[in-house]
Design a protein around this ligand. Structure first.
Ligand SMILES: Cc1cc2nc3c(=O)[nH]c(=O)nc-3n(C[C@H](O)[C@H](O)[C@H](O)COP(=O)(O)OP(=O)(O)OC[C@H]3O[C@@H](n4cnc5c(N)ncnc54)[C@H](O)[C@@H]3O)c2cc1C
Length: 391
């Protein structure tokens, strides 16, 4: 299979050291593969931006994306246990449940994932979220959804777990170009894992090398037969045929009293994510029109503050802590691009839009399992549903 086609001396290259790159690198290393992560700038990764909600039901997902999210949610406890065992660091997983508030019971009952939640009336809503604003008369409680402290814990634990498993990193290395040969040798191509329904790669270009610029400014070509494109919102810059574009999100945090908010509140346009120590992470704007424009805007921050006042009025008086922003990697149907890409030997783990933290556990397993020829149950259907050329 694929593993045999790659000389052991040549590592699998991970293009992008954000959440998906780290998660795939870790799973490959756990499968005994040699891995090198090429990371342009760790601090710009959306993995350090996200609120860390694990929310397939609260987000109202549907179809194959809901199935992927539910399967990933189920995988998360074991995935976190692997990361914590390898790194010796906690990831901050909190299965605290998520409440979605509504102005009316009719809106609640029409929510796409209502069947997976517990219906709340106003008094039940007040019991779940003490101090919730008066606008909200109904709610759905999704006990199975939760959160993880990606920003302060998960990302660092993943980095450490990778290092402990022998993954090498080149921080400050920007991949400038994918260098290919004109045709694919089927034997050498990244064939799908046995038992999956993903079709074999069609003849076409095959990965030979990547050209990169190192932190010291030097450029070079690094030969490679297998790589994983995990460049997040920037993925289409390397491979323009990928329909991935940035959706900017602004965030802020407040310091609340410990335990003041027992569950995540997922309101329309604003959500409140309470960490164990009382930090309240508040998100997020959704600005597709902003492109890659950096920085906070008064309008975006005001929207978040208005959202806080509507959801939990008392929190408007909590001390402000931080404000930040980042770029979600979005696709036309808001689902990820997973599996073999348009170039032989190149796998994709990108386009996770607003659910990348939720989906990282299963995405890493699907991609690392596919590259290593170890298909997990159901892998074929997920890879088929999230092929890059499905649009
Ligand atoms: C405001 C906001 C809130 C979010 N909240 C949640 C949430 O609550 N729950 C959830 O599940 N998801 C959430 N997400 C989504 C989640 O953060 C992303 O889906 C996920 O981080 C995507 O991971 P990634 O590895 O694809 O991209 P990133 O984490 O962005 O990493 C991409 C990395 O690739 C690097 N890179 C890019 N180009 C190159 C190149 N040419 N060469 C080398 N390196 C390169 C970049 O430097 C970057 O470090 C949120 C996102 C945002 C922005």
């Amino acid at each position: 299979m694929t593993a045999a086609a790659t000389p052991p001396s040549q590592p699998v290259l991970i293009l992008g050291g954000g959440l998906m790159g780290l998660a795939v690198a870790h799973q490959l290393a756990r499968r005994g593969r040699s891995v090198l992560v090429l990371s342009r700038r760790r601090s710009e990764a959306a993995g350090f931006v996200a609120a860390g909600m694990l929310a397939p039901h609260a987000e109202g997902l549907g179809g194959a994306l809901l199935a992927l999210g539910q399967a990933s949610l189920g995988r998360i406890p074991a995935w976190v246990a692997e990361i914590e065992a390898d790194s010796g660091l906690g990831c901050g997983l909190r299965p605290c449940g998520i409440v979605v508030p509504f102005a009316t019971a009719a809106e609640r009952d029409a929510y796409p994932t209502a069947a997976w939640g517990t219906a709340l009336d106003r008094s039940a809503l007040e019991r779940e979220i003490p101090g919730i604003g008066p606008l909200w008369q109904a709610g759905l409680l999704f006990e199975q959804d939760g959160q993880i402290d990606n920003r302060r814990q998960l990302m660092r634990a993943l980095e450490r777990a990778c290092v402990q498993r022998g993954v090498r990193f080149e921080e400050g290395s920007e991949v400038l170009e994918l260098i290919t040969t004109g045709r694919t040798s089927p034997a050498a191509a990244s064939a799908p894992a046995a038992g999956t329904s993903t079709p074999p790669p069609t003849p076409g270009p095959r990965l030979e090398a990547v050209r990169l610029r190192r932190a010291d400014g030097s450029t070079l070509s690094l030969p490679c037969r297998q790589a994983v494109l995990a460049c997040g919102a920037w993925s289409a810059r390397l491979l323009p045929q990928l329909p991935v574009y940035p959706v900017k999100g602004q965030m802020l945090s407040l310091q609340g009293p410990i335990g003041a908010l027992p569950r995540v509140v997922f309101g329309p346009g604003t959500y409140l994510v309470p960490r164990e120590d009382g930090l309240l992470v508040v998100g997020a704007t959704s600005e597709a029109e902003a492109g890659f424009s950096e920085g906070l805007t008064p309008c975006g921050q005001r929207r978040l503050e208005q959202g806080i006042a509507a959801l939990l009025p008392a929190a408007s008086g909590w001390p402000p802590m931080e404000r930040w922003w980042g770029f979600r990697p979005c696709t036309p149907d808001e689902g990820p691009l997973l599996g073999p890409g348009p170039i032989g030997g190149l796998w994709l783990a990108t386009g996770h839009h607003r659910n990348g933290v939720l989906l990282a556990a299963l995405s890493a397993e699907l991609v690392a399992g596919g590259i290593s020829g170890e298909a997990s149950p159901g892998a074929g259907e997920h890879l088929e549903a999230f092929r890059w050329d499905r649009f």
